[in-house]
Design a protein around this ligand. Sequence first.
Ligand SMILES: O=C(O)/C=C/C(=O)/C=C/C=C(\O)C(=O)O
Length: 289
Amino acid sequence: MTTTPKTPSEAASSRFVRIQDGELDLNIHYNDCGAGSETVVMLHGSGPGASGWANFSRNIEPLVAAGYRVILMDCPGWSKSDSIVCTGSRSDLNARVLRGLLDALDLDRAHLIGNSMGGHSAVAFALANPARVGRLVLMGGGSGGASPFVPMPTEGIKLLQGLYREPSIDNLKKMMAVFVYDSSDLTEELFQARLDNMLARRDHLENFVSSLAANPKQFPDFGPRLAEITAQTLIVWGSNDRFVPLDSGLRLLAGIPDAQLHVFNRCGHWAQWEHADKFNRLVLDFLGH
Ligand SMILES: O=C(O)/C=C/C(=O)/C=C/C=C(\O)C(=O)O
């Protein structure tokens, strides 16, 4: 009889690692779930109060049950990881930290699933460490750069930056209303958890604002380098994404040689949450399970 691997709780899977690389010396938090010969790393988005565990709450269990080891890395400046002012490319900073984490865990290679900033960071990692990437899944992100169709910064990013500057429940609700297609799915419990996460780390909020002031373009445009990506790539987007518009996904599709794009209607910036069941099936099929 086979037994389905169980997903541990956040507390039971919570770990820290110290990453030292050149001028970087950071205590980084991650969750380590499941066991398997293949590892999937999930990288969260850049919203205030985001974390790997919160961004991927609907996706961890199916991957663990399918036999993957799932690692959720909290990027520097989010959740229980150390805070930082980032004056250069945040995508590349996160990629360096991820390389340090994989080294510390003795992992040569992993599949990467990145949401928004996590997608930008996954692409930065794939460009710098091509041999260490299995397959790439990019949702609502993968490269910075301007949209020819939508005013930039987008309405969602303006609300996100406003929330960093004035972290209040009203500003959180304003941002979340634009974040997903159907905001009736958002519960008071979810708002409260997110607000608690934000307010628990005011240093992260202040450092994000200082980072933006020092360098408004935290996520560089990888457009000219996308053809270098050798990993098979699944791009997933919501057609109603008001944070990072769908044409960014089309640019990734045009640039990454071995890529496919799946677009959900009635979906905003959180495809892995808004269409979790279909998203999980897509990803498991793409990864080969
Ligand atoms: O500015 C960008 O290109 C990226 C924006 C984000 O990463 C926004 C992400 C928001 C979340 O995923 C969140 O959970 O708040």
